[in-house]
Design a protein around this ligand. Structure first.
Ligand code: GH3
Ligand code: MG
Ligand code: MG
Ligand code: MG
Length: 311
């Protein structure tokens, strides 16, 4: 047996206790009045949230990416870019469909307020606003948005990231690896002869196998690792700051643990194996190239007899 990696163990416990959900709500404020922005930050942080204010609306998309807020508060009138235009730009992006946008402005003209709402904003709050009014107006909305986001990015069978979410997160990790000049490894994992499992034991049992594999991944990988269900019985893993050699060792442990699991079918116990292909940055300098290399390695693992990991 291998020594236990304490970091991985703590991450796995964190994951199981669901601490992600209990993290403070995050709010981004875009207002050209930097003092007002800071007041909002203080009011929200006094209520236990994490808030960030920016005065330059041109930084909004970048900050949405980097800060990952649960809700965004926009000023209506700013030099350079007005709030309504900004709201419609945010709404044009699929990934932000569920992000609540709340205007906070001194605008009292009803028609202006309505036109802001019609562009996809969720609410209109009037300046001046007291700290308690502000907190009351946004906290329930932000909390609900976080729950909805969970549904949007998770696969309902396994609870892992879904196809689109894991690809988006991978793009972020790839960019980060380049920026920090750190290695990044990915693994594409495909369960072996899964059609036979379904044919022999039925879909319900097949689904149970997929769930138990997902649980095994969650127990073995770190919170900072990405785990996605990429397709039916295919999974995509990304391991930040991990070399190909380390990735191979880790995924091979996952492989042998999974092969040792016993599943229960109508006609007794059975086991399932997996094949995996690994590739990484900087060996591959584009995300597409890296994915293709992992795919080819997976194909080779299948060809060479399955139940193996190929780099
Ligand atoms: P190989 O070792 O070459 O990967 O063989 P395979 O049978 O796993 O490959 P193939 O791609 O031919 O079949 C994949 C099967 O996975 C097809 C489908 O029946 C099954 N599958 C895909 N998604 C699900 C799912 O959500 N639930 C269940 N139970 N089965 C699924
Ligand atoms: Mg303003
Ligand atoms: Mg398969
Ligand atoms: Mg497959």
């Amino acid at each position: 047996t291998k020594p236990v990696d304490a970091g991985r163990l703590i991450d796995a416990i964190d994951r199981l206790t669901g601490s992600e959900e209990n993290q403070p709500l995050r709010v981004l404020i875009v207002d050209d009045d930097a003092d007002f922005g800071q007041q909002c930050v203080q009011s929200l942080e006094a209520a236990g949230m994490i808030a960030r204010a920016i005065a330059d609306p041109r930084e909004t998309l970048e900050q949405l990416q980097a800060f990952q807020p649960d809700l965004v508060i926009l000023d209506m009138y700013m030099p350079l870019c007005n709030g309504k235009e900004l709201a419609s730009i945010i709404r044009q992006q699929d990934r932000y469909v569920a992000l609540p946008i709340v205007f906070l402005s001194a605008e009292t003209n009803r028609q202006q307020q309505q036109s802001a709402l019609s562009l996809g904003a969720d609410d209109f709050l009037a300046k001046p606003i007291s700290p308690s009014e502000l907190v009351a107006a946004i906290s329930a909305r932000a909390q609900r948005a976080r729950h909805i986001r969970r549904f949007l990015i998770r696969d309902s069978l396994t609870g892992l990231l879904n196809h689109q979410a894991v690809e988006e997160e991978l793009a972020r990790e790839f960019a980060r690896a380049e920026r920090l000049n750190q290695p990044l490894a990915i693994a594409i994992i495909d369960l072996d002869h899964f059609k036979r499992i379904n044919d022999s034991y039925g879909h319900v049992v097949g689904d149970q196998v997929l769930r138990s594999f997902a649980r095994l991944l969650q127990q073995r990988l770190r919170k900072s690792d990405l785990i996605g269900r990429h397709g039916g019985e295919e999974f995509l893993i990304a391991l930040p700051n991990t070399s190909l050699v380390e990735a191979r060792t880790l995924i091979d442990t996952v492989r042998s643990s999974f092969a040792a699991l016993r599943h229960y079918g109508p006609a007794g116990m059975f086991s399932v194996t997996l094949s995996a292909g690994i590739a990484g940055y900087p060996q591959h300098r584009s995300q597409i190239g890296m994915m293709q290399a992992a795919d080819q390695a997976l194909y080779q693992a299948k060809r060479e007899g399955r139940n193996r990991v190929v780099v």
